[in-house]
Every structure is written in structure tokens, then in C-alpha cells.
Design a protein around this ligand. Structure first.
Ligand code: HEM
Length: 229
């Protein structure tokens, strides 16, 4: 099949799954901002996204997107390295900041995966999984208490720093991944590719700053000892 047999087909799969994941991140970041304004409102959203059938279908779809994106990333990297041999970067005329991210996409992706594993332990395991196995208090708080779990997570300076490192890797990954997808999908004339690079930088910054803001605010709330202020 073209999508798995050809190099361009595999790149299209990476691009389409990547764009779908960016859409998820946009929704997730916007949803998290609710926690800055209302604990009750945020927990209502979490309850809606609990172990209901539609949320479980969405989780399975999301997991499939992640798995396909990751498998194809390794596949393409192995194929590119085999094609280039030892001369991995003999010619390179890309701008400096993009160059670094583009040459380290797999390493950045691996940091993103490790961060996701930690994140799943902090939230998904104690929330949706706890509900699935019928033990809603498994993480010490109720499974729908997303606000409480954000407080719990960012009470730890270690988790706070790890999340910031994770978000920095995500920023680099997105700045390259987004415009690169557009290039793969055909918007690669000289005018549009520069526009896409600019849009990628702005969009990645908005997404990452949104997540980071929640981490910083909840870390500060913990420092000041205010549970629901
Ligand atoms: C400060 C940053 C973040 C906070 C506070 C946060 C919070 C949460 C919470 C509360 C949930 C559980 C929602 C529920 O099941 O009801 C969740 C799930 C999840 N988060 Fe995050 N998140 C953050 C950053 C991220 C980032 C950067 C990513 C991806 C790179 C991410 C990916 C996910 C995924 C894939 C799930 C599982 C969704 C599902 O079950 O369908 N999160 N997060």
C-alpha cells in the first residue's frame, strides 16, 4: 500500500497524524486553562471526559494516533539514516534554529514520549483508568478531581521541573513538525514555506505557554499554600 510502501506515503502518515495530535493539544491546552479560573468548571470538564463511552472511544483513537505517529517516526528515521550512511548532514542550508530541531526530531520525540509516560501516571492512571477499574479513589483523590490532581502534581518541584523540560522539548518538536507537515502535504513553495515556519513558531509558543502557565500557577499556589485560591 502506498501509505506504507513509499517514503512519501510514510511522510504523509506522519504529517496527518501529527496535525491531528496538534489539534488534540490545542483542545487539551484550552481545556486546562479553565483550571486557572474555576476548580468546579475544570472538574466538570474532567467528569465529562471520564470513563464514558464517547471519552473512551476518543482515548482509543488518540492512542492509535500516537502509536502510528511514533512507529512511523522510527521507521522514517531508520530509512533516512540507512540512505545517508555515515554522511548524515553533508549538506545543510536550513536556518540555525530550525536546523537544530529538524536534526533532533527523534531525540525530541523520545523526550516527549517519556514526559507522556510520567503524565499518564500523574493524571490518566489516577483518573480515567481509576474509573475504568472501578476504584475512583485510587490516586488519593476522586477520579474526576482534575483540579486536585493538578495541585497534587505541582506540589512536587521535581515534577514541576520535569514538566517544564518536557514542554521545552515539545516546543522544539512542534516548531519543526508543523511546518514540515505542511511541506509534505504540498504547501512547499518559497513564500508559503516561510509563512508556515512563522505560523509554526507562533502556534507552538501559544500551546506550550498555555500548558506552562498552568504548571507555573499551580506550583505557585502550592508554594503559597492555597488549595483553591
Ligand atoms: C500543565 C500541563 C498539563 C496538564 C495540567 C494536563 C492535565 C491533564 C489531565 C487532568 C488529564 C486527564 C483528563 C481526563 O481524563 O479527564 C490529562 C490527560 C491527558 N493529557 Fe494532559 N495535561 C498537561 C499537558 C499535556 C501535554 C503537554 C500533553 C501531550 C504532549 C498531554 C497529553 C495528555 C493525554 C494524551 C491525555 C489522555 C487523554 C485521554 O484520556 O483521552 N497533556 N491531562
Amino acid at each position: 500500500m502506498w501509505l506504507s510502501n513509499s517514503s512519501i506515503g510514510r511522510k504523509v502518515v506522519m504529517s496527518v497524524t501529527g496535525i491531528a495530535l496538534v489539534l488534540f493539544l490545542t483542545f487539551h491546552m484550552a481545556m486546562n486553562l479553565v483550571a486557572l479560573f474555576s476548580a468546579e468548571g475544570y472538574n466538570m470538564v474532567c467528569e465529562f471526559l471520564g470513563a464514558n463511552w464517547y471519552a473512551l472511544v476518543a482515548t482509543v483513537g488518540l492512542a492509535a494516533l500516537f502509536v502510528i505517529h511514533i512507529i512511523y517516526a522510527f521507521w522514517l528515521t531508520i530509512q533516512n539514516r540507512a540512505a545517508r550512511g555515515n554522511e548524515r548532514y553533508a549538506v545543510n542550508t536550513r536556518p540555525k534554529n530550525v536546523e537544530w530541531a529538524s536534526q533532533n526530531m527523534l531525540a525530541l520525540g523520545v523526550i516527549v514520549i517519556l514526559g507522556l509516560a510520567l503524565h499518564f501516571y500523574n493524571f490518566w492512571y489516577k483518573m480515567q483508568f481509576a474509573e475504568i477499574v472501578g476504584n475512583p479513589m485510587m490516586g488519593g483523590l476522586h477520579a474526576a478531581d482534575g483540579y486536585g490532581y493538578i495541585m497534587q502534581t505541582f506540589a512536587s518541584p521535581v515534577f514541576f521541573v520535569l514538566y517544564l523540560v518536557w514542554l521545552a522539548a515539545l516546543w522544539f518538536h512542534l516548531t519543526h513538525g508543523f511546518w514540515s507537515s505542511m511541506q509534505t502535504l504540498g504547501w512547499n513553495n518559497t513564500i508559503w514555506i516561510n509563512r508556515w515556519k512563522c505560523i509554526s513558531n507562533i502556534y507552538a509558543t501559544i500551546i506550550v505557554l498555555g500548558f506552562a502557565l498552568v504548571a507555573v500557577v499551580f506550583f505557585c499556589k502550592n508554594l503559597m499554600g492555597c488549595g483553591a485560591c
